[in-house]
Design a binder for this molecule. Structure first.
Ligand SMILES: CC(C)(COP(=O)(O)OP(=O)(O)OC[C@H]1O[C@@H](n2cnc3c(N)ncnc32)[C@H](O)[C@@H]1OP(=O)(O)O)[C@@H](O)C(=O)NCCC(=O)NCCS
Length: 177
């Protein structure tokens, strides 16, 4: 288990899937984390989990606060040769949005990713309209590295997808400030 100041991160267990499934019914939040979201039965989620359980190289964490599951965070598109990975996060409990829980969860994950797992670079994609996410990522040191123009669509409008990145050297420099 990884401990932050406000959150704990632990591996997703099969029993968590039902809770995550229920939390993921808040479509406005879910779409920001996965623009391609489609309604799937819980059984499909469980099947995917069971298939992936053999994969020792996965890193999908439950975010827990005050003893409750509030979302999940993890690394994906991991590239061991280049020591880099993409990352994704979603807090689905509205009570916990915009109160620093996301920042703490990400900082806790990155301490592990950079200091223990020896990643060199972490990157992400986010919607240009997702101001809360962009501000959260900027506050951790992420910088914009590019934009995919009109690459997303929501609520009848196209928007840009923003690519952001953080190097370990930048992360360490901020920590030692
Ligand atoms: C993105 C997410 C992880 C951020 O975590 P969080 O706990 O909500 O954010 P934090 O409180 O750590 O930081 C939010 C920042 O945005 C600001 N903010 C808070 N609410 C905001 C809002 N509604 N609009 C714009 N900015 C907002 C805060 O002031 C803070 O910025 P600051 O450090 O400059 O003061 C979380 O909001 C989330 O999971 N959202 C739903 C799914 C999602 O968008 N996932 C990310 C997909 S890329």
């Amino acid at each position: 288990m990884l401990r932050g100041e406000k959150v704990k991160l632990r591996a997703v267990e099969r029993e968590d899937l039902k809770t995550l499934y229920q939390l993921e019914q808040d479509l406005d939040l879910v779409l920001m984390a996965d623009g391609n979201w489609q309604p799937i039965p819980l059984a499909t989620m469980e099947k995917g989990f069971d298939k992936d359980v053999e994969n020792e190289d996965r890193s999908w964490f439950i975010i827990e606060a005050d003893g409750k599951v509030i979302g999940s965070v993890g690394l994906h598109h991991r590239d061991r040769r280049l020591h880099m990975s993409a990352f994704g996060i979603a807090i689905y409990d509205r009570e916990y949005l915009g109160k620093g829980y996301g920042r703490d969860a990400i900082a806790t994950l990155f301490k592990w990713a950079f200091d223990i797992q020896n990643y060199r670079r972490i990157w992400l994609e986010t919607w240009s309209t997702n101001e809360r996410a962009i501000r959260c990522y900027q506050s951790l040191g992420f910088v914009e590295e590019g934009r995919l123009r009109q690459h997303g669509y929501y609520d009848g409008k196209y928007f840009d997808v923003v690519l952001m990145g953080l190097m370990r050297s930048e992360w360490e420099a901020r920590r030692n400030r």
